[in-house]
Design a protein around this ligand. Structure first.
Ligand code: MRU
Length: 336
């Protein structure tokens, strides 16, 4: 298989020109039909892009959040409202800890700064560094994860934890790309990922552009594929990892982990260390975002309620390894 990562554009990218700071992002709502890269200088547009899933995936929304703060500083007369604006950005979505982590890192970068223009420059430079760090972490995750896979692996993944969820390369799909580059990958099974279809729309699009053989399945087909012995490993991303190794990720991940456990298939979680929430002893304290009923049911049906949580928590006992840029760890061994 020939990998074509050059076909994957950067998902989010900060820049500066004579008019000031700008932020480019792929509007992922339009994929797979249209690849449109939006440019904005308006921090509120970035917050909205995060909320409507135009920009999604934990590391990508972190970078977008820090970029939003840079855009705000560039348009502000003073930094008086800095902490209010930072809070509005950090709470745009609740579950992925990378968002607050990135906004707090941005605040730390300009601590004590009084000049909004200088702050904007410093923040744009910080985000550019964070973008490089993101790609380097993903490539390291890829190498550590690929080492766990057997030759000719058939890997099942859920949601999109690929290049579209980060600056470039991907976490779960970083492992896929590294394995493909080493000639160890046979095929990816991409879960459709109801209700918004991050697997059907985004992972399928991304893997097709990258040249990775892909079979799309509906979420409820994973058990049958496993039962037929056609899945060698499950590899997913994460939105927040507690100290004991419990993992919040896209709704449906928990079910997949139980299925993998039952079938004796290794279950790998791939995430940068910025996804680890050291303040949480276990996954019980993770806030799960609940989204609009319209994502599940286009036309309301009288008397029918909809429950639409965006994430679930997979207990550490179902996870074989958590793969970060620092290596592959047993979930309970993250802090040993
Ligand atoms: O709602 P989304 O699309 O932002 O959810 C994304 C996921 O659950 C990803 O698996 C996770 O953020 C990891 S992305 C590298």
């Amino acid at each position: 298989m020939e990998l074509h990562l050059e076909n994957l554009p950067k998902t989010v990218e900060i820049g500066r020109d004579s008019a000031g700071t700008y932020f480019d992002y792929i509007d992922q709502r339009l994929l797979p039909g249209e690849l449109r890269i939006e440019r904005t200088r308006d921090w509120r547009q970035v917050v909205e892009a995060i909320q409507v899933l135009a920009v999604r995936g934990a590391p990508a929304i972190g970078l977008a959040g820090a970029s939003a703060l840079a855009l705000w500083a560039d348009s502000a007369e003073s930094l008086d409202r800095l902490h209010d604006v930072a809070e509005e950005i950090a709470t745009a979505r609740p579950t992925a800890v990378n968002l607050r982590w990135a906004v707090e890192r941005a605040l730390g970068e300009i601590a004590g700064e009084r000049d909004a223009g200088v702050a904007a420059c410093k923040l744009a430079e910080l985000v550019a560094r964070m973008q490089e760090e993101d790609e380097a972490a993903n490539r390291a995750i890829g190498e550590h994860g690929a080492a766990l896979l057997a030759p000719a692996s058939r890997v099942l993944t859920h949601c999109n934890a690929g290049s579209l969820a980060v600056y470039f390369y991907g976490t779960a799909l970083g492992i896929v790309y590294a394995a493909a580059a080493q000639g160890k990958l046979e095929r990816v099974y991409a879960d459709e990922t109801r209700p918004v279809g991050q697997g059907a729309r985004l992972t399928a699009w991304e893997l097709s552009r990258a040249g990775v053989p892909t079979t799309l399945i509906c979420d409820n087909m994973a058990a049958s594929r496993m039962a037929k012995g056609r899945v060698d490993a499950v590899v997913v991303g994460a939105d927040r990892i507690a100290r004991n190794g419990d993992v919040a990720n896209k709704i449906g991940t928990y079910g997949l982990a139980v299925l993998a456990y039952e079938h004796g298939i290794p279950f790998y979680v791939a995430a940068p260390t910025s996804t680890i929430d050291r303040s949480l002893a276990n996954g019980g304290g993770i806030v799960i975002e609940e989204r609009a009923a319209s994502e599940v049911l286009r036309e309301p049906i009288q008397g029918v309620d909809v429950w639409n949580p965006a994430f679930d928590v997979t207990p550490a006992r179902y996870i074989t390894r958590i793969v970060t840029e620092d290596g592959a760890f047993e979930p309970g061994g993250l802090f040993r």
